[in-house]
Every structure is written in structure tokens, then in C-alpha cells.
Design a protein around this ligand. Structure first.
Ligand code: A3P
Length: 317
């Protein structure tokens, strides 16, 4: 295994020296690897996953571009799947941030964690585009969530401004807008990311449940029912009568989660390394907050890109 790892280090070094490189929103640099922008760390992690990660057929992955509703879905999927394990009046999510309910694969380092003892189905999250995933994962089920790119840009700009090192100059919204539109953004371009999952979802609809943040806001109950069925734990008539779907929606609502002590003061440590305050995952939780930040011209520019990129795909954002 160490021999394999040394080979990965060598390949990574070579890639870092040769791939197109730009400044990152968060970390210093991003590299264009198979058409997507990744930090040096995530690039190495990707090489590691391809060599060492072994999926199991029952694994369930939550895939998303950053800031599209990952935290909300982690809470919803976890509480739906484990609805018999916890009491809704004193729930796991009352004491733990939603991030802790999933393993974020993208931050695994060497040696990668032994996940064989996790209870089944194992829940993993990733921000990687579908085309960058190890082939072994293609037989597993995926939930993918996407969102209006204008709201994604605003959400990501706020989030990255918080995480960005104080040694770097602040990233202005104008700069972030320009980079986002060019597709230069961690794990991006946004549109190609969405399309990578959309195309597979058309081909294998039973393998990828494709969701939109805006639809989740409109009809959270419908989404929870879809999630349960997709994860092969549909609600029984009795559960529905007891109002369990509504209990889950309420538990995972922005208002409820963002006001919990653990999400106001707690910190999530990813892969024993990257620390992010739980409260940074909860900002406004609304549709259309971009209206408070983007000019009409900026709006039209993003909408035009979205139209052009998604034309003919059947997907409307
Ligand atoms: P805003 O910045 O627009 O408020 P991610 O979880 O993928 O990082 O996405 C974060 C976005 O989802 C943030 O959007 C955040 O406020 C919102 N969010 C977090 N929890 C939510 C919830 N329970 N319901 C609705 N939106 C939520």
C-alpha cells in the first residue's frame, strides 16, 4: 500500500507542476484537473480515492456543488433513514451538527479511514463532479442537489469570505462574480458539475435522485417522501398518519437547526483537520437572496450562461 501511496505522491507532484493553475477563493491555488478546478489537497485526495476507496453496493452518496443545500440534505437523509433510532423530542441532531452525520470523502488523507464498520447503508458526501468519481461508485445510489446559480454564488461568496485566510486580500463580490461566471470556482465550473450528474440521472433514474433547493423549499414533505422511497425506506401509512414526515421536516428546518446551541457555537472538524464553525453553514436559507446583491446586468449575465450551458439538456435552473 505504501508503494501505491508513493506513486500517488509522485503523480500528484507532477500534476501540480504541469496543470493550469489559478488563485483559489479559499486556499491559495486551484488546478484544472479533467476540466474541474480543485485545490492541491482535493486533487491528491482524488488520486487516493481512485486507488484506495472501496464502495459497497448499499452505500448512499450525497453529491452537491458547495452551497446548494448539502447541510439541509444531510439532516433530512440522516433523520429519514434513522427515524426509528431517535426520538424527535431528543434527537441526535439536537446535539450534533448535520455535517457529522455523513463522511465527507473529499477530505480523506492517507491512509484512508477504514469505513467497513459503519452501519449500513453508509452515508458519504462529496462535492466532486460525477466524472471525477472512482468507477466503483457508479453502481451506488446518489442524491444530487442543485440550486439557482445566482444564489449559489452569493452563498459561496459569503462562506468563502469567512473561511479565507486573513493573510489573503478579501475577495470582492465583483471578483467572485467574474470568476464564478468563468467557471473558476472550487469543484467548478458550476454548470458542468450539475450537468455531470444530470446526464447520469437521465440514463439511470433509479441510481440518482436529482433535487432542486427551490423545490425543497416549496414542498419539503414531498422531498422527504421521495428521499425515503429512494433510500428504500418508504413511509408506511401508519408513519404518515402519525405525522412523521412533518416531524422530520420540522426537525431539519432552517429555523430549528440554526437556532440549536450546537449549530450556534459548535465546530465541525473534517477529516481531523479542517475546522469550520457550524453556524457558517446557516446563513439565510432563502430562495432569491441574490436580489440583494446582484445588479440587473449581473443577473442577466448569469442567466444567459445558464441558458447556453443547459440548452438541450432538458434541465431548467
Ligand atoms: P444561504 O447562504 O443562501 O443562506 P451547503 O449546506 O451546501 O453548504 O449550503 C448552504 C446553504 O444552505 C446556505 O444558503 C444555508 O443558509 C442553507 N441552509 C442550511 N441549512 C438549511 C436548512 N435546514 N434549510 C434551508 N436552507 C439551509
Amino acid at each position: 500500500e505504501d508503494v501505491e501511496y508513493n506513486k500517488i505522491c509522485e503523480k500528484h507532484k507532477q500534476l501540480i507542476e504541469t496543470l493550469p493553475k489559478v488563485d483559489g477563493w479559499w486556499v491559495q491555488h486551484m488546478y484544472n484537473y479533467h476540466d474541474f478546478w480543485l485545490s492541491s489537497y482535493i486533487l491528491k485526495n482524488n488520486l487516493l480515492l481512485h486507488t484506495f476507496f472501496k464502495s459497497q453496493p448499499t452505500d448512499i452518496f450525497l453529491a452537491s456543488f458547495m452551497k446548494t443545500g448539502t447541510t439541509w440534505l444531510k439532516a433530512l437523509m440522516f433523520s429519514t433513514l434513522n427515524r426509528h433510532r431517535y426520538n424527535f423530542s431528543d434527537h441526535y441532531l439536537h446535539h450534533h451538527g448535520p455535517q457529522s452525520a455523513f463522511v465527507l470523502l473529499d477530505l480523506e488523507t492517507y491512509p484512508i479511514t477504514d469505513f467497513t464498520n459503519l452501519s449500513h447503508p453508509r452515508l458519504f458526501a462529496t462535492h466532486l463532479a460525477h466524472t471525477l468519481l472512482p468507477a466503483c461508485m457508479s453502481s451506488c445510489k446518489f442524491v444530487y442537489v442543485c440550486r439557482d446559480p445566482k444564489d449559489v454564488l452569493i452563498s459561496k461568496w459569503h462562506f468563502m469570505s469567512k473561511l479565507r485566510s486573513k493573510d489573503q486580500p478579501p475577495l470582492s463580490l465583483d471578483e467572485a462574480f467574474e470568476l464564478f461566471c468563468l467557471g473558476v470556482s472550487e469543484y467548478g465550473p458550476f454548470w458542468e458539475h450539475v450537468l455531470s450528474y444530470w446526464r447520469v440521472s437521465l440514463e439511470f433514474p433509479d441510481k440518482i435522485l436529482f433535487l432542486k433547493y427551490e423545490e425543497m423549499k416549496k414542498q419539503p414533505e414531498v422531498v422527504v417522501q421521495k428521499l425515503a422511497a429512494f433510500m428504500e425506506k418508504p413511509f408506511t401509512a401508519e408513519e404518515e398518519k402519525k405525522g412523521m414526515v412533518g416531524d422530520i421536516v420540522k426537525l431539519c428546518s432552517f429555523e430549528n437547526l440554526s437556532n440549536l446551541e450546537v449549530n450556534k457555537t459548535g465546530v465541525e472538524k473534517f477529516a481531523n483537520m479542517v475546522e469550520v464553525e457550524n453556524r457558517d453553514f446557516f446563513r439565510k436559507g432563502e430562495v432569491g437572496d441574490w436580489k440583494n446583491y446582484l445588479s440587473e446586468e449581473m443577473k442577466e449575465h448569469i442567466d444567459r450562461i445558464t441558458d447556453e450551458k443547459l440548452r438541450g439538456s432538458g434541465l431548467i435552473l
